[in-house]
Design a protein around this ligand. Structure first.
Ligand code: UP5
Ligand code: MG
Length: 238
């Protein structure tokens, strides 16, 4: 059952604008210069900017993030990559994660937020967080511990196109979920668990949609235009 993923129109005016200007002017100026800011865990009032990047499976999140970090001073954290690294480590936790990924379901929030917290404590940011939050539970767990979601870049692509991309990649990716059966499950989970997060963030006025059906370079130019709308935008590297 293939269908176009279309977001509900924004229903309410922004609810969280008042929550965006929390950092000191010193740190904000540092981020604007593309410079380092202190570790967010050490100095809570100078949290670095976070750009969440979402979209369905195969919408091009990883591809666009890779392009962004070439030109902007950002740290890319893919929640899926962090989980796959845990699987690769062979840990007991990793074995549980492997099954969940193959089923296209969502790993418990505690695990994913724990991996993100650890990765974020090891870098200064600003952060590009790709493929997260995927459920309301993910959103609540992240915001309770690591701060509000101020900006979500959402890549819009039809399921037909995403399926085409994933099946093509599946020929060589070695990813356990790049097969027709897992792809359908991933699409279902995305609609039932992840779209409610987008609806909530859209109500807050922090979702920025980009039509990502075109080729990677065309999409990237749309993405670059859009990321300038972050309340604390980063400048391209010199
Ligand atoms: N491609 C990319 N852009 C293209 C374009 N514009 N035109 C044509 N082709 C394009 O791209 C996918 C493929 O398409 C590539 O071959 C690329 O060259 C081509 P990619 O950039 O990898 O898309 P992306 O959206 O990143 O696809 P991905 O498969 O990574 O998306 P998912 O969201 O499914 O995967 P993720 O790794 O984030 O998560 C995997 C699983 O981990 C989830 O299903 C879930 O089980 C688990 N998970 C959690 O439980 N919790 C989390 O928080 C995160 C993940
Ligand atoms: Mg990806």
């Amino acid at each position: 059952m293939l269908q176009l993923l279309v977001l509900q129109p924004a229903l309410l005016a922004s609810r969280c604008c008042a929550r965006t200007a929390t950092s000191s002017s010193r740190a904000a100026a540092s981020v604007l210069r593309g410079g380092a800011v202190p570790s967010m865990l050490a100095v809570t009032e100078t949290k670095p900017a976070i750009y969440f990047v979402m979209g369905g499976p195969g919408s091009g999140k990883g591809t666009q993030c890779e392009k962004l970090i070439e030109s902007y001073g950002m740290v890319h954290l893919s929640a899926g990559d962090l989980l796959r690294a845990e699987v690769k480590s062979g840990s007991a936790e990793g074995k549980k994660i492997a099954k969940i990924i193959e089923e296209g379901k969502i790993v418990v929030s505690e695990t994913t937020v724990g991996l993100l917290r650890k990765a974020m404590s090891q870098a200064d940011g600003p952060f590009l967080i790709d493929g997260f939050p995927r459920s309301m539970s993910n959103l609540q767990a992240f915001e309770a511990e690591l701060g509000p979601c101020e900006f979500m870049l959402f890549l819009e692509v039809s399921e037909e196109e995403m399926e085409r991309r994933l099946l093509k990649r599946g020929v060589s990716s070695g990813r356990s979920d790049d097969n027709a059966e897992s792809i359908i499950k991933r699409f279902r989970t995305f609609v039932s668990e992840s779209m409610p997060v987008m609806d909530e963030l859209e109500r807050r006025g922090v979702v920025h949609k980009v039509n990502a059906e075109a080729g990677p370079d065309e999409v990237y130019s749309r993405v670059c235009e859009t990321i300038g709308r972050h309340p604390r935008p980063v400048l391209p590297k010199e």
